[in-house]
Design a protein around this ligand. Sequence first.
Ligand SMILES: CC(C)(COP(=O)(O)OP(=O)(O)OC[C@H]1O[C@@H](n2cnc3c(N)ncnc32)[C@H](O)[C@@H]1OP(=O)(O)O)[C@@H](O)C(=O)NCCC(=O)NCCS
Length: 177
Amino acid sequence: MAVEWVRLKLDLDAFDDARFEPYLRSCRQTGVEFTTMAAVGDTAEHRRALYDLNKTCAADIPERGEFYTYDEYVAQRVETPTFDPRGVVLALDGESWIGMATTSIQPEGHAFSEMTGLLASHRGKGISLAMKLLAIRFARSQDARLLRTIHHPANTAAIGMNRRLGFVDDGPHVSTV
Ligand SMILES: CC(C)(COP(=O)(O)OP(=O)(O)OC[C@H]1O[C@@H](n2cnc3c(N)ncnc32)[C@H](O)[C@@H]1OP(=O)(O)O)[C@@H](O)C(=O)NCCC(=O)NCCS
């Protein structure tokens, strides 16, 4: 059956950082901390932790299908020219990695939101908005002026999260079979 993928974009020049800063503050007040893969170290152990978190969260993406093996993940998602550990935002609850938001800078100059995910136990508290704010700050620090993403049309949570941040349609939906 054909899938009408939802393409979204955010104008980073117009994005109002201060509007979303309260989410970051309130998450920190509840004990959630934020860091990046660059800060904790892009080590084999941390790549495995990132993989585990990504795999768990991706299981809730509609029609995602089978996830990569660890070796496939490293080859296709980590050891790529656009992977940047500074663009891998992590949310931590104590020692536990509970959320991630990864952003790449594309050769064309725009940023691309690769994956945002939160363990189900921590959803509905604005943590994803706080992670995306940090992702947006990373994209802006790299002089990107546009942040793009694409979602399955049934992924109402992810589409809602991005529209909440101000993402708008990025051209017509792309149909695949
Ligand atoms: C998408 C995801 C990261 C949202 O995380 P979350 O922490 O629960 O989201 P938040 O609590 O920060 O909510 C942010 C906004 O998203 C929207 N939203 C969140 N969940 C929603 C849902 N189930 N339906 C509709 N909108 C939703 C709301 O607008 C919300 O803001 P508001 O409550 O102030 O109106 C989370 O559902 C997830 O990990 N899903 C599985 C992985 C995935 O599909 N990732 C996207 C593909 S890259």
